[in-house]
Design a protein around this ligand. Sequence first.
Ligand SMILES: [Zn+2]
Length: 484
Amino acid sequence: MNPLLMILIVIVLIIVILLLIAFIRTLFIKTKTSTYHPSDDSSRANDYAEKLQKMIRVETVSSRENQDIAKFLKLHKVMEEIFPNVFEKCQKIDLGGNLLVRWPGKDPDLQPIVLTSHLDVVPADGQWSYPPFEGKIVDGKIYGRGSFDVKCGVMAFYQAVEELIIDGYQPDCDVYLGSSCTEEIAGDGAPTICKWFTDHNIRPFLLCDEGGTIVSDPFVGVHGDFAAVGIFEKGYGDIKIIAKGKGGHSSTPGKNTPIARLAKFINEIENKSPFKVEFTPAVDNLLYVMAQHNSNFLLKMVLSNLWLFKPILKKVMPAISSQAAAMLQTTMCFTMQQGSNATNVIPQEAYVTANLRFIPFQGKDESLNIVRQIAKKYDLEIEEITCNDPTSSLDLNGEQFLMAKEVIHKVFPGVEVIPYVVTGGTDSRFYDGKIDASIRFEPVYVSNEQLSKMHGVDENLDINTLPLAVDYYKEMIKIQEKRK
Ligand SMILES: [Zn+2]
């Protein structure tokens, strides 16, 4: 037999055997469902919604230019009224508009935990169906700026501590409730709280902050409700790419004018996608959960046999889904541009800006180096406007993540946990390296429509999601007993 034909037959045979193994393995994977059931305790839901309403009614829009501390102090006052036991039993630490409260535990040697979420909100522009700072409750939903981002979270952990104190419970470790007033403007609120901990030689065991939530149908082909727990935050970068030239009249242009060079650069970044694509353990874990919850056999087979299909997925996933691309690599997006001031004048200088989100395995320096190398080819300069590295990642086998999983399974039976990459910024990034671990999860359910209204018009939240949010924080506090 022709040796080439022989090799071909062997290769085909190997491929068939591998596919057969993947096929058989897939047959053994049971299709699971993941469903969220809200609380049916309407009296608790109404009670919590009223407290949230009172918090929404204190307008706490953050402003970079002129941060007004008085309105945050007003919110503190309202919280003192609606959570009287917390403020009677716990020690309030004065940090200006930020609110830090310490609930002393039984064991001073046990590392504390910190429950956090911010008190400030973004402006409420646009035409709202109901006034944004009224907290109107209509058809089981509470409308208002901060209803979902994130006064509901603050209300929930304060209420959890309020109820535990009423029940006579004392935690094992110190429990801190720490809320900044500058999250939306990336101000000095969280760094101030964090500094208080380092100044007092305190290294928290766990920080619970906002991040993911319980969401429906998180990916194409995956149906059900999942608790998306944020495990790290991507780094953030704004850069300016500048092209300089001689300028002149556009009737005699010549080649490689500034805008033409910028265009070539943009093209290369867009078409060649220069950043590394990698599957982290979190992505492996996520894809496996997705496989279990997928009714399409072919997709199930691909997602559950990464040992075979990973090389193909690495190529295909970022190309077909921007969501997947954001999880697998550093991303870069062009956002602003400027050339000359007249249609018939070649600019002496033109620029575009780009926003980058850095992935931990290819952080700020490495990613920007790649961009610089490409820029050099087209004689462009790079100016960093603001750039910070990604945070460290939560250990999926670590005690804190396992605790969060256990609590979620207990409070939200039937809901599967998926790891999630936080692509926006939260306060927890300021604590990176100064705490043992951070769980970025807001324990409320939001529909995809509600999710799209965050920072937008008609932000709202189902009030029947509030009781289980309170229960989540209660259980998070109680589970610390297991650390003894
Ligand atoms: Zn937020």
